[in-house]
Design a protein around this ligand. Sequence first.
Ligand code: AMP
Length: 175
Amino acid sequence: MNLAQAIRTIPDYPKPGIMFRDITTLLGDAEAFRTAVDAMTDPFRKAGITKVAGIEARGFILGGAVAHQLGAGFVPLRKRGKLPGETYAVEYALEYGFDAMEIHVDALIHGDKTMLIDDLIATGGTAVAAVELLRRAGADVVAAGFVIDLPDLGGAERLRALDVPVSSLVAFGGH
Ligand code: AMP
């Protein structure tokens, strides 16, 4: 199963110069979806993970499946204004813009062994903000998993510098 072939690349979306790595084709392929979720999950089956945190929106699809496989709870990290309860918030820079992310203040129990999930890590701005939020909420962030890494943008290294082990399934060069 070649996961890279299941991912569609759309040039110049959402703006010129960005090679958008579209995982909807992977998600729609039953074998590729299962292979990806299994590969993200298998190394952590005995890691004692109690929570999986997914980043809106594609991180919800993958993170929900990973949480189910690990027998862990799922915690959504959402765009500003979407969570109904009391939240912590953090602003962060994207590869193509700015955004803010929130977590419910009571989403985690102090020390919850938490795995962060998103579809792709580029500059790492989103994932670094997520780790900051998770730690503020009391999480012990023990792993971060992505389908795609863009290593030339350095995001995985930024996360590792925060003592978060990073794993990914497919790497694409360039932006
Ligand atoms: P970053 O904060 O730069 O690591 O960007 C990661 C976030 O932006 C993830 O939630 C991705 O879904 C999205 N993203 C960034 N660059 C791309 C890309 N080239 N293709 C698809 N999604 C991207």
